[in-house]
Design a protein around this ligand. Structure first.
Ligand SMILES: [Zn+2]
Ligand SMILES: [Zn+2]
Length: 353
């Protein structure tokens, strides 16, 4: 008698409800897929948005989780002789893209018109195992801890895309991370690597201390100081070239328009509200740009893995949870309790896996 294999997964069964950790059938990889033993799964504010039902393409019940690192344990029929082997440490790209639409062909596959995302439209990594298309697996050096590897596809690669592609940041660019935390603390390191002059602001001193430790040249506590006044003083009125908005409240962009010079850029990464209000003159006659960011390209992901392997970026994790604690983890995320990124770590039984 063959017993059906099962695994534990955190399931979102209904919007606005806690996740349910339960035994589910072990997924089986299709011909072009692999089964990954998840070792670490990153938690993202998008997980909260998903739970709140804001992401319309998500259908319940399903298993969320879109930042994963783990070990390949089973390969589909068509994947047997390719470069990925059993036992390989991997990180998983989030977007499954079509490769054929105009945006994919233009190298902007992060905006693919037909994309399906792991942990959104299909099951993700808040589970002991996950099935992933072969083309979404990226090998990573075994010396990189799984928890650091897990957040590369989202927190690191997305910041690389924001800073390098959207912000065009280079040597000497004066940048500000507004709301330095889970994303900004990775961004500070990337911007320093590119040679930028880095300012970081936050309302929590512990985040700013971490930002300074990771290389920020100037930190500003916005609970104590007015940001515009402080920048005006520190830059002798020149203000910043590029600002990264990691807060995304209704009036955030309007305030940040005053933190950049004429012709400067705001790179918008956060959307905590449905609409933003901005000053028309600041935008129009000063040629200030507001540029969005969605995920990252495959090239951004490959480069992010290289940066981490070479020690130029050390993904910063500040909280670790077990799968059973996932609802606590999401509540903590909502309450902004964590300084940096949070992850779920898995301990697999050494015998049964
Ligand atoms: Zn995310
Ligand atoms: Zn496409």
């Amino acid at each position: 008698m063959s017993e059906q294999k099962t695994m534990r997964a955190a399931r979102l069964k209904a919007f606005h409800q806690p996740l349910v950790v339960e035994e589910v059938p072990m997924p089986v990889p299709g011909p072009d897929e692999a089964l990954v033993k998840v070792m670490s799964s990153g938690l993202c504010l998008t997980d909260v948005h998903i739970q709140e039902g804001i992401i319309k393409s998500v259908h319940v019940p399903y298993t969320p989780g879109h930042e994963m690192a783990g070990v390949v344990v089973q390969l589909g029929r068509n994947v047997q002789h390719k470069e990925i082997r059993i036992g390989q440490h991997v990180v998983c790209g989030i977007d499954i893209t079509c490769g054929e639409c105009p945006l994919c062909r233009a190298g902007r596959e992060n905006l693919c018109l037909h994309r399906i995302r792991i942990g959104f439209e299909r099951n993700g990594s808040h589970a002991e195992y996950a099935v992933v298309p072969y083309t979404n697996l990226f090998p990573i050096d075994e010396k990189i801890p799984f928890e650091q590897a897990a957040i590369i596809p989202d927190a690191v690669a997305c910041m690389l895309h924001a800073i390098k592609d959207q912000g065009q940041v280079g040597k000497g660019t004066r940048v500000l991370f507004y709301g330095t935390g889970a994303l900004g603390l990775q961004g500070v390191q990337i911007a320093k690597w590119l040679g930028a002059e880095v300012y970081a602001s936050a309302r929590t001193q512990a985040k700013l201390d971490k930002a300074a430790e990771l290389g920020a040249d100037v930190v500003i506590n916005t609970r104590e100081k007015d940001l515009i006044e402080a920048l005006n003083e520190l830059t002798c009125g020149e203000m910043c070239d590029v600002v990264f908005d990691l807060v995304g409240q209704e009036d955030t962009l309007d305030m940040l328009l005053q933190c950049i010079r004429p012709g400067g850029k705001i790179i918008a990464l956060a959307y905590a509200v449905e609409k933003f209000f901005i000053n028309s003159q600041e935008t129009v006659i000063k040629e200030k740009e507001i540029i969005g960011v969605r995920g990252s390209t495959t090239e951004n992901l490959r480069e992010s893995i290289r940066l981490v392997e070479e020690g130029k970026v050390i993904p910063y994790i500040s909280r670790r949870y077990q799968l059973d604690e996932i609802n606590q983890a999401l509540d903590d995320l909502k309450a902004s309790k964590s300084i940096g990124r949070s992850v779920i770590t898995f301990t697999h039984d050494p015998v049964t896996g």
